[in-house]
Design a protein around this ligand. Sequence first.
Ligand code: ADP
Ligand code: MG
Length: 700
Amino acid sequence: MRPSLLDPLFAALTTLPGVGPKLEKLYRRLFGREDAPARVIDLLFHLPAGTIDRRSRPKLRDVMPGSVATVAVNVDSHRQPPANRPRLPYRIETYDDTGTLTLTYFHAKRDYLEKLFPPGELRYVSGTTALYDGMLQMVHPDRVVSEAELDKLPMVEPVYPLTEGLTLNPVRKAAEAALTKIPSLPEWQDAAWLQRSKFPSFAGALTTLHHPAETTDILPEGSAWSRLAYDELLAGQLALALVRAHQRKLPGRGSSGEGLVRAKVTAALPYSLTPSQGRAVDDIVTDLARPQRMVRLLQGDVGSGKTVVALLAAATVIEAGRQAALMAPTEILVRQHLATIAPLAEKAGIRVAILTGRERGRERTETLDRLAQGEIDLLVGTHALFQDEVAFRDLALAIVDEQHRFGVHQRLALARKGEAVDMLVLTATPIPRTLVLTYFGDMEISELREKPAGRQPIDTRTIALNRLDEVIEGIGRALNEGQRVYWVCPLVEESETSDLAAAEERFDDLQQHFGERADLVHGRMKGAEKDRAMQRFSAGETRLLVATTVIEVGVDVPEATVMVIEHAERFGLSQLHQLRGRVGRGAGHSTCLLLYRAPLGETAKARLAIMRDTEDGFRIAEEDLRLRGEGDLLGTRQSGMPGFRVARIEVHGKLIAAARDDAALTLSRDPDLASPRGEALRHLLYLFERDEAIWLLGAG
Ligand code: ADP
Ligand code: MG
């Protein structure tokens, strides 16, 4: 149960003055929680992106047009627009002893302005100045106060990221009101550490950020933001450590055998395992045989062959008479896995079934029944696997593909479906060590470093979009030679609709050149349609597949040898790397064309150059992190660390190790968080909503 002390922070945002249901909707969008009520805490963690500095108080003669200034002016006269032309602006002439300033309002209420600016009186106005017809003016001043109210004029004002329909002033007011809701909280950070880091208190940090005195107060690297970032990182590390401690405490059940089922799978493979695949399998088999629970990350670049390793892991527990689940984030991926696994499984006598949102009715009920009876050995599926009605007879191993798309609690939800479930996480994004720590804590790691034998290097070229005609000609030649081509369309905006429009337009265009050979697949298509399009391409019925980024992850068509990526400059490096990894999987020589719109900025140039220079996913990931920050690396388009609200890896990454040590030390001394600091830390876990870990305290 959340301590009631925190209730005001988790209260609905509508409890703040000025936030009604209509605005609340906009706040939800702003906070990226469209389907949950916006709360006071969400606003407090919505930190400023900049400030407006109103401290400059020049005389009118010295005002720099274009700058923000606060000036003391005398109100001279009002000039209303003529009655027949109400669209003209309403002007107020003002002056000081050095010059004049015109205040300009559009669609203004006359009564309101007459009250605000009584002729003959002194007013302080603050806003952005401009020259208009050689005269100094200010359009819609941000702030107007009388001399008596001057001390209420904020000199440094925060500027917040906004969303359409929501303007700064109401957000500022709401943030001010939210600050008053912060209860007096026990300090959860170590006193010496606070002092050494020069961190303010939690409430102090929020107050500084939403109510800055200096423009530098709101910088992410400043002490206020860093304090909150450390809080968040510590909460994350504590939660991970609690989960781990809990998992260690639970008696695992060793699953071992003679490896007969595994041997059957291996025998059915048309190739032999690479050395690193072999090592990964050995690691996993050893882990599985131990009575402790396994939590292992299998990292491997695209095409490095993780699926087979996963299947061999599953075979191990299946031989012990138990069950395994393989979860992937998308329909396409799930079906792809199934396609790889099914023929091998059949030869090894492993009973496989699929469960996604698309399996409904009788088929679904039947699958669930058989699963509960233990007649299914391996269940492959999407998020559908989390659902309550999914019950295993004896789940021993949960394998999660493309882990970063799933949250910790989803991982836990799957683990709870069995007794002492071992966990294997697959990721194609080579994650730098700092990020591994952030998301997984101390996990065992297996890496698939080398590509399966027979892979050829991919010839990567960058080409300006104005040479599109040549590119299309080249594609024509490739198609005539029987090659298969992916053509990925750009991310136009943060909206699927516009992505789609661009893809459809390109498709129309290419279809005119290549007719029936071209096909289109995009995220708005129904699952079955998508599968059919993929199948046609995979079978060679179509040869040019125009796609939005739905093909990004995991799709495997070894015959595809050309990858065209339009507006490559708009993609994250790791995304480009993933996309490129769709080709170069078969015997043929492969090419990747990165089309960009010229001119490119310096960073964009550097990024595309990296893609041209290397196919090493780890190097690309490191560069990506350096050049763009972690958001893109993990394949999300929002800024900031996915799953983190205030911490930013490129700024606060160096705090992660400290947070990890802090969490480990704290739990070694106080495993139940029962000491005064432990009690205070419970508040922290709730504040950053890592409280799912709290129920583990004292449990099991
Ligand atoms: P990823 O790691 O990207 O998930 P997959 O598991 O989809 O990679 O494997 C990519 C392709 O490589 C598949 O077609 C798979 O059959 C093939 N493959 C996997 N291991 C080997 C190997 N040792 N030798 C040759 N091909 C392999
Ligand atoms: Mg894969």
